[in-house]
Design a protein around this ligand. Structure first.
Ligand code: ATP
Length: 408
């Protein structure tokens, strides 16, 4: 059986992953055999999300009615039901839900009625609280089927400390990264000297370590010195897999979906107010603006090196008419040739124009030439993939250390 939960938190506190961790432990205590805990990230552009649009699925063996009662009881106990925007959903399914629903929820948008009719059709037990929106995420989590997966160890704070400053030793996080990278990633951003894996929000999360296996995230965790956690859980997750990206074509992009798009740079990149960098990407007569926002830091330096004619593939969400860049593949760099008057073959001075169509003349010795000097400009931009730094990376974005996006 699979249990799904979503939409239990609010900006003021709680976190569905914490509910998942507590539920896994209570199920085990009640005699269930928990076989897997999934942290399922869904479409990052959903406006209803509190933070990272996460939902939880727990695969276990035991009595479904007891599981349903236990899960609903925990939602009643812990969800921030007082918040208008918190609309929890609980699903307990003895039979698989179609993975197409998961794929739609991670790459597109789903409706509440759509989730409910799916649950009815599949004979799942479910409970939607308030406007029932959480049933979308809960059903999608139960339906999850990852083509690629990573792991995250989440450490949670004791309830009496929620809302107070977190005590996690900064240097110990850098040591954890140093000792375990590239098997774990994004605990810190070494390039920008910032800690990434400790949130600043009032939720129960103390820190999270992301990596390629349970063993590696546990090894990294062993380096971390912090306040004493209340509970820890290792989740199998679609984070860091680019599961949100779909192949797209300029002129055919839908608001709120995330794409891999190939085209030709058609404008010189501009740095606008606030340090955001933009350029226009074109393909077959259509064009779209690509944005590298200020928080992407050094990534913008790569974007500033682009020139019209360069062929690139970009990855990112299409929002408000722009693609917000998560990474970019420079496929070809256009050759830029600088044409100048030549040096004089007699006296070595730089010649000057002798007038339109008349070639060049040496002002020093009067020598004439029709040949100009051509220099290939050193572009300083190599072909290959470039990505935003860990501090600006979205949960679903695949770090290049794991390889390029799946569909390229
Ligand atoms: P939490 O920790 O509580 O899960 P969150 O940042 O993950 O916080 P939610 O509070 O769960 O965000 O809010 C997201 C809401 O959007 C949920 O109700 C979920 O069911 C819904 N949702 C998720 N994905 C989609 C989608 N693709 N289309 C429509 N609704 C979605």
């Amino acid at each position: 059986m699979r249990i799904g939960i979503d939409d239990t938190d609010s900006p003021a506190g709680m976190c569905t992953t914490y509910l998942g961790a507590v539920l896994a432990s209570r199920l085990a205590r009640a005699g269930f055999r928990v076989t897997e805990t999934f942290l399922v990230r869904l479409n990052p552009n959903v406006i209803y999300k509190t933070r990272g649009n996460a939902a939880i699925c727990i695969a276990c063996e035991g009595d479904p009615d007891t599981a349903f009662t236990l899960t609903c009881g925990l939602v009643d106990e812990l969800a921030d039901l007082g918040c208008d925007a918190t609309n929890p959903g609980v699903v307990v399914a003895e039979h698989p839900l179609p993975s197409s629903f998961y794929r739609k929820a991670v790459q597109d948008f789903c409706g509440i009625d759509e989730a409910i009719s799916l649950l009815e059709k599949c004979g799942a037990r479910y409970r939607g609280y308030k406007n029932c929106r959480g049933l979308i995420g809960a059903a999608a989590a139960v339906a999850c089927d990852f083509d690629d997966a990573t792991w995250e160890l989440l450490s949670y704070r004791k309830p009496e400390r929620w809302g107070t400053p977190r005590s996690v030793d900064r240097q110990s996080l850098f040591s954890a990264e140093q000792e375990t990278w590239p098997h774990t990633w994004d605990s810190v951003d070494r390039e920008n000297d910032v800690v990434v894996c400790v949130p600043h929000t009032p939720d129960p999360v103390l820190f999270g370590i992301r990596g390629e296996s349970p063993a590696w995230v546990e090894t990294a965790r062993g380096w971390v010195r912090s306040e004493e956690p209340s509970i820890e859980q290792i989740f199998l997750t679609n984070q860091g897999t680019d599961a949100h990206l779909i192949p797209g074509r300029i002129g055919d992009l839908r608001e709120g979906c995330s794409y891999l798009v190939t085209g030709t740079v058609s404008s010189v990149p501009l740095t606008g107010n606030g340090g955001h960098v933009s350029f226009i990407l074109g393909d077959r007569g259509e064009s779209v603006r690509c944005m590298a926002y200020e928080p992407t830091k050094g990534f913008r330096d790569v974007i500033r090196l682009l020139l019209p004619g360069d062929e690139v593939t970009v990855a990112g969400s299409y929002k408000g008419g722009s693609i917000n860049l998560e990474k970019i593949q420079v496929r070809t760099v256009t050759r830029v040739v600088l044409t100048r008057p030549p040096h004089c073959g007699v006296c070595g001075k730089r010649m000057t124009s002798a007038g339109t169509g008349k070639g060049y003349k040496c002002r020093e010795c009067g020598n004439r030439s029709r040949e100009h000097e051509q220099t290939v400009v050193e572009r300083g931009l190599a072909c290959g993939w470039y990505e935003v730094p860990p501090s600006a990376r979205r949960h679903l974005a695949k770090p290049l250390i794991r390889g390029p996006p799946p569909t390229v």
